[in-house]
Design a protein around this ligand. Structure first.
Ligand SMILES: CC(C)(COP(=O)(O)OP(=O)(O)OC[C@H]1O[C@@H](n2cnc3c(N)ncnc32)[C@H](O)[C@@H]1OP(=O)(O)O)[C@@H](O)C(=O)NCCC(=O)NCCS
Length: 158
């Protein structure tokens, strides 16, 4: 466990099936929203855009990027990102996002989208620091009725 985690003790690497329970633990801790098995099917179709942060063999964060098709054609989407509470604020989320942004752009798309709950100001700021800008607000997007702030990153912002 923390308190002191230095850069060289955290490795960001591709998700492997053995990481499944670690990802589910974080998902339950941070969101408790998705059916755990969803992550296995996300892995099946998005193997090269699913990353974990590994601290001495323990999964302490993850990010899942997916490809989507919209009216404007194919685009990337950050489906979900979370870092274990005790490890937040140490730069791990930033590293995970840099990996997924890079991996999604390798798929020859020009935009990456994500949705974030309207109340989650810190996450909105976190994404803004990474170059995402607010695109629109989707009213009642979440199953509990909360609005989503939809954010967009463009390749030329890199
Ligand atoms: C958002 C999140 C992935 C960022 O990961 P992280 O490793 O804490 O991020 P970093 O250390 O690289 O950057 C820290 C910045 O993230 C933002 N942040 C958002 N939520 C935060 C939290 N609960 N704790 C700390 N930082 C948070 C802040 O802007 C913070 O900067 P600040 O310290 O100047 O306020 C992580 O905090 C988290 O898992 N939060 C809960 C789940 C969540 O909100 N996911 C995004 C939903 S779309």
């Amino acid at each position: 466990m923390p308190p002191y985690v230095t850069d060289n003790m955290i490795i960001v690497r591709r998700f492997q099936p053995a990481d499944f329970s670690g990802v589910i633990t974080i998902e339950r801790e941070q969101f408790d929203e998705h059916d755990p098995y969803l992550y296995m099917s996300l892995y099946e179709f998005n193997e090269d855009t699913f990353f974990v942060a590994d601290h001495l063999g323990e999964v302490v964060g993850f990010v899942v990027g997916v490809m989507s098709i919209g009216e404007e054609g194919a685009y990337g989407r950050v489906f979900s990102i979370a870092v274990r509470e005790a490890y937040q604020g140490l730069g791990i989320g930033t590293q995970l996002m840099k990996h997924v942004i890079d991996a999604l752009y390798r798929k020859n798309i020009d935009d990456i989208m994500l949705e974030v709950r309207k109340h989650n100001f810190r996450a909105v700021q976190f994404y803004q620091r990474l170059g995402f800008v607010i695109d629109r607000v989707d009213a009642g997007y979440y199953s509990d009725g909360e609005d989503a702030v939809v954010m967009r990153h463009r390749r030329w912002m890199l």
